[in-house]
Design a protein around this ligand. Structure first.
Ligand SMILES: O=C(O)C(=O)C[C@H](O)[C@H](O)CO
Length: 299
């Protein structure tokens, strides 16, 4: 089994709220690759992006490789450097400050043939609304063209700051939905920007676009799962008090893919994925160390 995740990994600054910051590497699609890699027992997880030729890019690649994530299809930009973001917390709920306007990752689809080579033979290709939001509209179209007809999983991960306006964002999200078999939207965000009246409206919109396997995530609330034409309501159990919600949805996706690759059905996979996300929000930053992910999952 080979999963290919496409997007932007940044330098992440997380901290205790005082002027002492811990730096790491994170970015939604990379976070998903990380959790999938930690939880999958075999197979390959590759990441596709563009990094720079600077020392921090080297460290980023070394970090990815140290986690067992394939970097062979990551391209280099001669002068651009990685983007960066800083996490601010309020009662465990995160918000981000970004420095990414001219990051190297914005060039990840400059060579569509290279992307086609990277996803060739993949069992699953994963991208997000953030992947789309860092690209120009022509590169976005070229990327979606490469992905047409493949087994594509998509998390809309709505980030309005990456887009000129809500209309452009929503149109691009639905363009990606049309090439996706699996959709993993989060209800609250979707309601904010698409005006969905309830979780079912979110599910229906992605089903209408052509997705046949859908999980509508819902923070700690009830999820909806569409699989084989049936819709199941999944109660995730008691709410967890978050320390830092960064990476919750991404870890959900990684655990979901790992569970599906291991043969679990979508409903069971969604339950396992929710358990992973519930653990992630008790840790600071997007990524838990891989050995801790494995230990806590085994316990
Ligand atoms: O917000 C982004 O673009 C990021 O990728 C940063 C975080 O790692 C991600 O949002 C967490 O889900």
């Amino acid at each position: 089994m080979r999963i290919v995740c496409i997007g932007e990994c940044m330098i992440e600054l997380s901290g205790s709220g005082e002027d002492l910051w811990r730096s790491g590497f994170a970015g939604d699609t990379f976070n998903t690759a990380w959790y999938a890699r930690a939880l999958m027992t075999g197979g390959t997880v590759d990441y596709v992006t563009t990094v720079g030729s600077d020392p921090l890019s080297e460290r980023m690649l070394a970090f990815m490789a140290s986690g067992g994530i394939g970097t062979d299809h990551i391209t280099r930009h001669p002068s651009r450097v990685p983007g960066m973001y800083l996490i601010t917390l309020k009662d465990g709920e995160r918000s981000f400050t970004y420095w990414r306007d001219s990051s190297a990752a914005r060039c990840l689809a400059d060579d569509p043939d290279a992307v086609a080579a990277a996803v060739g033979g993949a069992d699953l290709v994963y991208l997000s609304g953030i992947t789309l939001g860092v690209l120009t509209s022509d590169r976005r179209a070229a990327l979606l063209e490469v992905l047409k007809g493949r087994n594509v999983a998509f998390d809309p991960n709505l980030r309005p700051r990456l887009w000129p306006d809500t209309e452009t964002m929503c149109a691009a999200i639905m363009d990606a939905a049309h090439v996706s078999r699996i959709a993993l939207p989060s209800y609250e965000d979707e309601a904010d920007f698409f005006g969905d009246a309830d979780e079912m409206a979110t599910l229906q919109r992605y089903a209408d676009a052509g997705a046949t396997e859908i999980v509508v995530k819902n923070g700690g609330g009830t999820m909806l799962v569409l699989a084989d034409g049936d819709i199941t309501t999944v109660d995730p159990g008691p709410k967890v008090q978050p320390v830092d919600t960064t990476g919750a949805g991404d870890s959900f996706n990684g655990a979901y893919f790992s569970a599906r690759m291991a043969g679990l059905g979508p409903v069971e996979a969604a339950k396992a994925a929710h358990q992973m996300a519930a653990r992630v929000i008790t840790h600071r930053g997007a990524l838990m160390p891989m050995d801790l992910i494995r230990q806590e999952t085994a316990a």
